[in-house]
Structures are given as structure tokens and as C-alpha cells.
Design a protein around this ligand. Structure first.
Ligand code: URA
Length: 210
């Protein structure tokens, strides 16, 4: 991917996103739409997967048919909201390998602290897609990518539903080699670090917590 930020403007993505943003949308509908939208976003973020060919026989003749090359891609969910995007993506890419990164924010330093980290092996040979619905300050995203690079990942992409300009700038500064794919670049963050106009707390909305 050449550009650092790709906004997926497909009408289906934008329509579903609008319903997800609305405060009256129920948990069940929010979850279903997230599932659907993540498959559309998965299409975009995997566009540059390496291909090779395999000799196959159709009922009529032989051909060299295109197939994915190399190791299975790795999807890395940033807990907990990342799991909502992950579920839909696995519907489209069921053979993907999956990892999880758990980070919390230290209230004194405001820096992300790791509490869980489990990722597939051979990350250096896989396309690695980090999923988190909300790219807000970008601190936890940048920290997650730091950890993945320490584990050898080289070909990393970041997939989110909404991005704030602050988060995009933070990622560009920390990881200019990591393209971001999102359904919307929103306006800004509020004082509490929420994206405006946003959709609220993505984890709360998908799991029905407060
Ligand atoms: N995380 C969320 O769930 N929502 C925001 O607006 C920002 C971060």
C-alpha cells in the first residue's frame, strides 16, 4: 500500500457505519453491523496479499490458477474491542492465524502497559493485520506495533473502524511503514480521548457494558 491512510468510502461501509454511530442502535444490531463491515474492510486491507499459481484441472482442462502464496496471514486483536473486528474477518479468512495484545493505560504515566501478549510464530514471514476499531490517541496502537516488530513482524497493516487525526499522526510518526485502513477519518478527540463525532466506546457498544 503506497499511502499511509486509506479511507474505505464504499457505500455499504458508509451506510453501515452511520447506523453504528447512532446512539439508539441496539447492541445486537451494532454487533451484526460490525461483523458485516469488518468483512468489507478485510477485503481492502488484504488487497496486496502475495499470490502464486497452482496447476489445477477444471472439468475441461488444466490451468495455472491463482492462489495465495506463503504463510497464512496473522490477525492481531488489541483487546478487548479488537475482537469485534476479528470475528468478522475470520468469517472471510478462516485459516488466518490469530494473536492477542492486551494493554491498559497506567493512570500515572498515561502510557500503555502490556498485560497479555500471545501471537503466532513466524511473524516475519506473514502479513500481519492489527485490528482495533478505534484509533484514538494512537498510543496503544503504536505500542502494539512496537511489540509485534520486536517479535519479528515486518509486513504490518493496521485496520480500524474510525480514526482520529491525532491517532493517525501518532502512528505515522512511530510507524510510517504501517499503512492504516479505516472506514472514516473523524474530526478530533475530546478531552477524555473519545473520537468525535465517533460512536462512543466501541467495546461497551459491542458487548452491552457501560
Ligand atoms: N475508544 C473507544 O472505544 N471510543 C473512542 O471514541 C475512543 C477510544
Amino acid at each position: 500500500m503506497k499511502q499511509h491512510l486509506t479511507v474505505v468510502t464504499h457505500p455499504l461501509v458508509q451506510h453501515k457505519l452511520t447506523i453504528m454511530r447512532e446512539k439508539e442502535t441496539s447492541t445486537a444490531v451494532f454487533r451484526q453491523l460490525l461483523h458485516e463491515i469488518s468483512q468489507l474492510l478485510a477485503y481492502e486491507v488484504t488487497y496486496e496479499l502475495d499470490m502464486t499459481t497452482r496447476r489445477i484441472e477444471t472439468p475441461l482442462e488444466e490451468m495455472d490458477a491463482p492462489v495465495l502464496a506463503g504463510r497464512k496471514l496473522a490477525l492481531i486483536s488489541i483487546l478487548r474491542a479488537g475482537n469485534g473486528l476479528l470475528d468478522g474477518m475470520l468469517g472471510l479468512i478462516p485459516s488466518a492465524r490469530v494473536g492477542f495484545v492486551g494493554l491498559y493505560r497506567d493512570e500515572a504515566t498515561l502510557q500503555p502497559v502490556q498485560y497479555y501478549y500471545k501471537v503466532p510464530d513466524h511473524l516475519d514471514e506473514r502479513m500481519v493485520i492489527v485490528v482495533d476499531p478505534m484509533l484514538a490517541t494512537g498510543n496503544s496502537s503504536a505500542a502494539a506495533v512496537d511489540l509485534l516488530k520486536q517479535s519479528g513482524a515486518k509486513n504490518i497493516r493496521f485496520l480500524c473502524l474510525l480514526a482520529a487525526p491525532e491517532g493517525v499522526a501518532r502512528m505515522k510518526e512511530a510507524h510510517p511503514d504501517v499503512p492504516i485502513v479505516t472506514a472514516s477519518l473523524d474530526e478530533r478527540l475530546n478531552d477524555l480521548g473519545y473520537i468525535l463525532p465517533g460512536l462512543g466506546d466501541a467495546g461497551d457498544r459491542m458487548y452491552g457494558t457501560k
